[in-house]
Design a protein around this ligand. Structure first.
Ligand SMILES: Cc1cc2nc3c(=O)[nH]c(=O)nc-3n(C[C@H](O)[C@H](O)[C@H](O)COP(=O)(O)OP(=O)(O)OC[C@H]3O[C@@H](n4cnc5c(N)ncnc54)[C@H](O)[C@@H]3O)c2cc1C
Length: 387
């Protein structure tokens, strides 16, 4: 009997889809294939697998956590335009500009040409960077980005790699060693959602507005940073704009039906980080200093290594940077729990029914059937906190 020594031994709940196994396989025996919910998982071709165990080693993240003490900052770009075009305070753009000045490249998450898929991409200048700005509430497809990044690092160029903690972990695990010119930056990540649900939603909007999509913004700030809204522009000049409390796709994300199973037991959800820098929304920053919140977006930035800290401080000409003497653990426990606490998973049968109906019902009816109560609850909670 053949002894199995590959990622087919990894339980589905423990697979975050980082793709490090897929990129590392020496015989190209692994493909990333969507399951019935649309999340990518490795599939091993038995005829090609030599059971070397490399994929299993790359799946282990225990050696990746950094040991330096993190320093917390509140930051916002000095450019009003950049802040408007960013999810939080625009820290990502400031860091990217420093990398471009060093003739390096930036890797982050953007859209495909049809706006119905989210993927990791490379930007070499300010123009191509705009696609990578702003949070997309969908799990990105990594394709062959890790090997591309390795090639660029081997050319001795600077690389800023950004993504969720598991994507940064995936890249570092794939590379297997440190590169002086690689700076990694992860996000405070609540969870990621299904590429299939997103694709079906965009198709539903295309049909409803009789047009292809020109842009998607999950964090439109026209009514302020706290008044979270989604905006979709269409090629025919029309626009869909809605509060995230009422948008069917974002509510499906918040309902947790539309969340990758591994996010409920995330192996990266920790105050100890795998990236040189961690970015987030500095919600409730006004509780520490009222001058740091003007409702235009303030970035939470954790420097987790001296390399990350040096790059951040190089941004001081273009970004306001204030060191915060605040316990990160206390802050996260009170105002931004995603960094240390897993979300609770919805009942299994309700989730199965949601995905069965996804194939069957148009999105507005799917939402009516599965998300109505959740929408009402979230709206009531918002009204309660505003009183
Ligand atoms: C799915 C998701 C959940 C998040 N949850 C929280 C949260 O609970 N609390 C919190 O404080 N912050 C959260 N964030 C982070 C926050 O929304 C901002 O992305 C972050 O503060 C950076 O904002 P910015 O203004 O510096 O730059 P922006 O220009 O807004 O930067 C966008 C950055 O996010 C990356 N990115 C965008 N979409 C994705 C994606 N799907 N997967 C991986 N990387 C992506 C881009 O590559 C870029 O680096 C989340 C982000 C995402 C994508």
């Amino acid at each position: 009997m053949k002894l199995i020594n590959n990622v087919s031994l990894v339980l589905k709940d423990n697979c975050c889809g980082c793709s490090a196994c897929y990129e590392s396989c020496p015989t190209k025996a692994i493909q990333m294939i969507p399951d019935e919910e649309g999340f990518l998982y490795p599939l091993v071709n038995d005829n090609l697998c030599i059971h070397c165990g490399i994929c299993l080693k790359k799946c282990d993240n225990s050696e990746l956590f950094l040991s330096e003490t993190s320093i917390l900052y509140a930051c916002w770009s000095k450019s009003e335009e950049i802040r408007k075009r960013s999810s939080s305070g625009g820290a990502f753009t400031a860091l990217s500009k420093i990398i471009f000045a060093k003739k390096g490249i930036v890797c982050g998450v953007g859209f495909n040409a049809e706006y119905d898929e989210v993927l990791h991409k490379i930007a070499k200048d300010d123009v191509s960077l705009d696609d990578l700005r702003r949070s997309k509430f969908v799990q990105s497809n990594k394709y062959h980005i890790y090997s591309l990044i390795k090639d660029i690092l081997l050319q001795n160029k600077y690389v800023l790699f950004t993504g969720t903690p598991c994507e940064v972990g995936g890249l570092r695990s794939y590379l297997g060693k440190d590169f002086k010119k690689l700076i990694t930056c992860d996000l405070i990540c609540g969870c990621v959602s299904s590429p299939k649900v997103y694709k079906i939603y965009i198709q539903y909007l295309r049909n409803k507005y009789h047009s292809s999509v020109k842009s998607v913004n999950f964090k439109d700030k026209r009514n302020g940073w706290r008044e979270k809204s989604i905006a979709v522009e269409f090629e025919n000049g029309k626009e869909y704009y809605n509060s995230i409390l009422d948008d069917d796709y974002v509510v499906s994300f918040h309902s947790r039906y539309n969340i990758r199973p591994s996010c409920f037991c995330c192996r990266y959800r920790d105050l100890k980080r795998v990236a040189d820098l961690t970015l987030g929304d500095f919600w409730a920053v006004e509780k520490y200093n009222s001058l740091y919140d003007d409702n235009k977006g303030t970035s939470f930035v954790m420097a987790n290594s001296s390399k990350g800290n040096s790059l951040l401080l190089e941004c001081k000409e273009i970004m306001n940077i204030f060191r915060m003497d605040v316990s990160i653990a206390d802050y996260c426990a009170k105002y931004n729990w995603c960094m240390c606490k897993n979300p609770t998973s919805p009942e299994y049968f309700k989730r199965v029914k949601f995905y069965n109906d996804l194939e069957r019902l148009p999105f507005n009816l799917l939402s009516k059937e599965h998300l109505g109560i959740i929408k009402e609850e979230r709206k009531k909670r918002k009204l309660g906190t505003e009183k």
